[in-house]
Design a protein around this ligand. Sequence first.
Ligand code: ADP
Length: 513
Amino acid sequence: MTNIDTLVEENKRLAQELKQRLFELSILYDITNSISYTLNYDDFLRIIMNSLNKFLDYDICTSLIILEEEKKAKMCIHIAHSLPIRIVEEIKRKVINTLRSLRAKPITEDQITLDLKGDILNDEGSYQNIKSSFDVPLFAGDKVVGLLNVASTKDIAYSDNEIKLFYTLATQASFSIEKLQAVLAGEKSKMKVMVEGMSEGVVMFDEQDKLVIFNAAAREMIGENLDLLGSLEEIRKVQKKSFDIHLDKPYPRIINSQAMCIKDDEGKSLGIVILLKDVTREREIDQMKSDFISVVSHELRTPLTALKGAIDNLLDGIAGELNQIQKECLLVSKRNIDRLNRMISELLDISRIEAGKIQINKQPTDITGLINEVLRLFQDMAEASGIILGAEIASDLPKINLDPDKITQVLTNLVGNAVKFTPAGGRITVRAGVLKDFIQVDVIDTGLGIPHQDLEKIFDKFYQVSRLGGSRTPKGTGLGLPICKGIVERHGGRIWVESELGKGSKFSFTLPI
Ligand code: ADP
């Protein structure tokens, strides 16, 4: 060989080596880059395993990593070429055992959550076996916190370069784990500081009923009396529990306790969290509201009843004969007193509904009877307005448990609105039938309809649709529909509307059978 030949050979070798180095560098660059943005172990393991796949020919790659507080571990398996389940199980066991042998603290299979990607074959007829397998430990500081394994059913002799790169990658991974652990620990301590500083009380118990959080606000509210929070066993049974704790010392106050069982993404129970809130002021306001309602109902209604009585007397001619104009004036007063009375009733109803104090007295009822009664009530009025009232009621409606007065109130409201907003020549139909476990009632009219943008708000308190030429539309309080909603929902049903402007509306509600 001449000198020149040697030089050419050497050049070739160097070029090849350079190419290999560049390739390795690009992989390392990729992985360092993407790892610095991950904040969870799942992404982290995915990135590592994807990078390995680029330069190592493996059938199965497995990573196992111990998560925070050594209580949990995450195992990711990537199957590159489909493998029988027997081999996958074998690798799983091998990786767990190897990691066990490297650590002082044992891990058990039930602490490990598994994330498996790739095809698993049926075992039968397969004679494949693992012929080459390679492990590298992952460190955080000087502690082994995980293991990476690549394995193949082929007899692969990995080159020195490949093995070196594998190690470099593992070292890089170890650095990242350390960083990730520091970030997570930082987040955790931030969380702790935040919870400690919250104005709401926070108490948390883990699955073993060990107290893990008891923040300053909670300590201030209940002192050391954790028994005030009720039995954890019962909370577990009902999953969610809210109740008021009445305290006398050091001063009278009411603490609302809201307990709930919490679960992780996979539905595994993590423990119980209890939120404590001082609701003394809110309860006082509630009480004031109830007092106000009773004042309104008595103090306002009594004079109105007296007024109405006096007007009736005048109209009956008790104080002497009235001329036509005087009569008209008194009739206007009487109509407005009726309106005031209705408004007071509606205000009382909505306050009761909002305070959750509405009384529902359920009894087995035939809803057909209620519908017919309401239709009879509006018959004359509809006829006078040139509207046809009709019913289409299924014959097989079962009796259901409902409060007949309250449901009559809903029907009266809906049919009343339909009559109000349907011009002469229109038609109103009340339909009722069974739909799955519910009875559904529809009140359908061919009236003015409701603009699309108002549909969502129509069940809000005091909401009224403003219409062109509004002066002609009958005035109400905007409380009718919210009251209907409250009543229907208290029965466990739903109420909604479909409507097209100028064509008509369909108000529907359901009641559970
Ligand atoms: P109000 O006492 O003002 O009637 P509601 O809560 O019963 O209050 O109704 C709110 C608004 O919904 C009404 O102002 C009306 O414009 C509209 N609305 C209710 N029912 C109908 C209907 N059948 N057709 C057209 N508009 C309706």
